[in-house]
Design a protein around this ligand. Structure first.
Ligand code: EPU
Length: 442
């Protein structure tokens, strides 16, 4: 006998799609969500103290939902506040688990952020090693190098990395990172908060999200100096306490909205787009001829009639962010002249190039460098997203392409951006979200 779920002759396959009709100018005000890359480490840090931490302005994205499942798997109780779905309470008293299975890490590379808190709290952490990701290899050797310097014994067992602190507690150490890894710096900061003695991290990542983590950990009672600079000092303490805080605004979503306004010759105020976090991005927008004005707590942007070509090379903060490279390539497609876009951080973050070419872009790619000739009139077509930022870029391209652009595999977008399509619609874009395609069972 067939169960009811099996009885149907059709089923949904694939992720939702977006249909974007080009040609609308964006106007109005929009509010940036809380930052994905701040929320993830801050939620992981809830495991360090025992008690209930409260996080406000948490973005409603699939990646947070996965991390929530990880925390629950470890025994924490995570609840949404009745009055605000962006507020999460994480009660960590009974979080006795120390193992994060592959099933969850596979879907969220950032689950490696649990290594630091788990080994700090339990003296042992067992986290599945992340495999490959759409951005290419994402090694965690620097995370492990730092933990090893702090006395941890590290083994790889059945696909998991197992980190053990001798006698249950790490020992402060001097660490020099070979690359300023963001999550690596965050993991080591969290691990060091409860270690014995002093830890220093040289060549630390300087991203604003690292600075925010340092600020929140200090609110928990940690003793961290220099978070947000390349030299961080952490004096270990015996215990931390739970906190309440609001996640900083997402500079990647902010930058994406700024580009959307610029491309469509729009006139948009992006609240929560902070000039102090977006210096390199605003400089490139201005170089492209876009008028950007800093307001109190936001940025106002007005797109020009004609965009100028730009040269962009991604760099660790305060350089130009890798997470906005794809979006700026769309800008380059419309600019009058030759632009040069170079990806220096990730191996495979140029998968949008072939998709943009399906829309009529003129791009010559050589490895991690793309020479973009503009201006091109883009024309709508089905295109496939392979990572969140490529997905965002394809939506932006759809805003200016003639006719309809169908962006497939939108689950990539939903992993990192909460309701970007709805925000663009509120500014005047014409975008429709469709469920996954239907397929008839044989
Ligand atoms: N790297 C190493 N060894 C390590 C760690 C990193 O060689 O142990 C290399 C990487 O291969 C890469 C470079 O260092 O070439 C920078 O990687 P990083 O570790 O800084 O990236 P991440 O911490 O894994 C964070 C963000 C990403 C964002 C990148 C770059 C979070 C949760 N993630 O990733 O945001 O693209 O920094 O700015 O903060 C994403 O996770 O996909 C994302 C949207």
């Amino acid at each position: 006998m067939k169960l009811p779920a099996e009885a149907s002759s059709t089923r949904r396959v694939g992720a939702p799609r977006l249909l974007v009709r080009g040609g609308r100018r964006l106007r109005g005000h929009v509010e940036v969500a809380g930052a994905r890359n701040a929320a993830l480490p801050l939620l992981a840090a809830s495991l360090l103290p025992k008690g209930r931490s409260i996080h406000h302005r948490v973005p409603r994205i699939a990646d947070v939902a996965i991390l929530r499942r990880v925390l629950e798997h470890l025994g924490a109780a995570v609840t949404e506040a009745d009055e605000d779905p962006h507020t999460l309470h994480v009660a960590s008293e009974s979080a006795a688990g120390h193992q994060v299975p592959y099933e969850l890490v596979r879907r969220l590379h950032a689950a490696v952020l649990l290594l630091g808190p788990l080994v700090a709290r339990h003296g042992i952490a067992r986290v599945a090693l992340p495999g490959s990701s759409p951005a290419g290899a994402r090694p965690i050797d620097q995370h492990l190098k730092g933990l090893r310097a702090m006395g941890a014994q590290i083994t790889i067992e059945h696909g998991d990395v197992v980190v053990r602190a001798p006698r249950g507690r790490l020992q402060g150490a001097g660490i020099t990172l070979d690359v300023p890894t963001v999550t690596g710096t965050e993991n080591l900061m969290m691990a060091a908060t409860l270690a014995r003695g002093r830890t220093t991290i040289e060549q630390a990542a300087r991203e604003p999200e690292v600075e925010e983590l340092g600020r929140v950990l200090n609110k928990m009672g940690a003793r961290i100096e220099g978070a947000g600079t390349s030299f961080i000092t952490i004096h270990g303490v015996d215990e931390l306490r739970p906190i309440e805080h609001a996640v900083m605004p997402d500079r990647v979503e902010a930058g994406t909205l700024l580009v959307a306004a610029a491309l469509t010759r729009g006139d948009v105020t992006v609240r929560g787009a902070l000039i102090e976090h977006l210096g390199a991005v605003v400089a490139k927008l201005r170089a492209a001829g876009v008028t950007v004005t800093a307001l109190d707590g936001g940025l106002h942007v007005r797109g020009p009639v004609e965009l100028e070509p730009i040269d962009v090379a991604t760099q660790p903060y305060p350089g130009f962010p890798a997470d906005l490279q794809a979006q700026f390539m769309v800008l380059a497609c419309l600019a009058g002249g030759e632009s040069l876009i170079t990806e220096t951080i990730f191996e495979h973050r140029m998968q949008h190039v072939a998709e943009l070419m399906r829309l009529g872009a003129d791009i010559l790619r050589d490895g991690r460098t793309a020479v973009v000739q503009g201006p091109r009139r883009l024309s709508g077509a089905p295109v496939e997203a392979r990572d969140p930022h490529a997905a965002a870029a394809l939506v932006l391209a759809g805003l200016v392409a003639e006719g309809t652009t169908e962006v497939l595999e939108v689950h990539h977008l939903d992993g990192a951006y909460g309701g970007l399509d709805q925000k663009l619609v509120a500014l005047g874009a014409e975008i429709r979200r469709l469920p996954g395609a239907e397929e008839v069972d044989p």
